[in-house]
Design a protein around this ligand. Structure first.
Ligand SMILES: [Ca+2]
Ligand SMILES: [Ca+2]
Ligand SMILES: [Ca+2]
Ligand SMILES: [Ca+2]
Length: 352
């Protein structure tokens, strides 16, 4: 256990609160929420990687560095993290994400090392790093996957030295960034202030509050006190050859208060043959599908594209621009009678 001296200023009143809750209101069962299985429970690092990548992507040289309890799979995430299942990496014990939210300070104390890359990103020394690395061969020149960052450092340690951090390095470049910036994702770069609503506030539209309260009134069935919205890593990769990926998360300044990252199952695409619409070509329609995925829109299966978003009868770069605008939260003007992006029926499928 390594507790930073600053921590005690906040911990003493929290301990009193938790003690009161333990007497009056403690529940003990998860009740239909997230379930986890860690590397300490029979799962292998190879199996983790297998559940992260889509079909057709070849992987090799899988390594995991960290405590076995800090990495594994999860299920039951729909309505909580925003996708059903996938891989979870933690700075403590992945089982600590299971709801309900019963404390402000859930902690897995792993006594493992930090990570020098993450310490540089966070600006503070890191501890309890969980690092999953592997090589993969994509069939296309683009890779993307979806994730959510969550933590019990929220909200009481926002804008402090306890700046837990994670990163996804693909060929050395971190693509886990605040959208449209080069800013890494940490407690201090996505939040709604400390206390909640109190400036400085950073990227609050990317933050979902789940702060511990007595009596409990949190919106999400997880122990985590705050979560990001669904975020996407979208990056160029080298087609047909080995690319290296490093997924890493760590505590900052001490090893207390868990942070986690949820990675959507099968979301590392550039997968299958890359021909997502099954028209025997890798072309702009596949790129549109990738954009739709990145914007959180339905892709409508493998062979039924819904990419003609402006109802022009052809699928082209204007559709791509509209999807990009939609993904960026900008206004999208469509002709009268044309269904809104994301809600319309599938447009005609190209001939397979
Ligand atoms: Ca909590
Ligand atoms: Ca907290
Ligand atoms: Ca820890
Ligand atoms: Ca922490």
């Amino acid at each position: 256990m390594r507790i930073h001296p600053f921590r005690w200023l906040a911990i003493v009143p929290i301990l009193a609160l938790v003690l009161a809750l333990a007497v009056t209101n403690r529940s003990t069962e998860a009740g239909g929420g997230i379930a986890t299985q860690s590397l300490a429970e029979g799962l292998t690092a190879n199996a983790l990687v297998g559940s992260l990548v889509g079909g057709g992507v070849t992987t090799s040289n899988v390594t995991y560095t960290g405590a076995p309890v800090a990495a594994g799979n999860f299920s039951g995430g729909t309505g909580i993290v925003g996708f059903a299942s996938g891989v979870i990496l933690s700075t403590g014990d992945i089982g600590n994400v299971i709801g309900p939210n019963e404390m402000p300070d859930v902690t897995g104390d792993n006594n493992t090392a930090g990570d020098t890359d993450l310490s540089a990103l966070a600006g503070f020394t890191t501890f309890d790093a969980a690092v999953l690395e592997f090589d993969f061969v994509p069939a296309t020149d683009i890779a993307l996957f979806r994730f959510v960052f969550a933590s019990d450092e929220y909200n009481e340690f926002v804008n402090t030295v306890f700046n837990d951090v994670f990163a996804f390095y693909i060929n050395g470049a971190n693509c886990a960034l605040v959208p449209n910036t080069s800013t890494p994702i940490t407690i201090n770069t996505i939040n709604n202030g400390n206390p909640f609503g109190t400036p400085p506030i950073t990227n609050p539209t990317l933050y979902r509050n789940n702060d511990f309260q007595v009596p409990a009134a949190v919106p999400f069935n997880t122990e985590m006190d705050g979560l990001t919205v669904n975020l996407t890593c979208l990056t160029a990769v080298n087609q047909g050859v080995n690319n290296h990926i490093k997924l890493a998360i760590a505590d900052a300044s001490d090893d207390q208060y868990d942070s986690v990252v949820f990675l959507q199952a099968n979301s590392l695409v550039g997968s299958g043959p890359g021909d997502t619409d099954c028209n025997s070509l890798i072309n702009s329609i596949d790129a549109l599908f990738a954009l739709r995925f990145a914007a959180g829109l339905p892709v409508n299966g493998q062979c039924v594209p819904n990419a003609d978003v402006n109802c022009s009868g052809i699928i082209n770069s204007i559709d791509a621009l509209l999807i990009l605008r939609f993904g960026a939260g900008l206004s999208v003007n469509l002709p009268p009678g044309c269904p809104p992006i994301g809600s319309g029926p599938p447009s005609p499928s190209p001939t397979p």
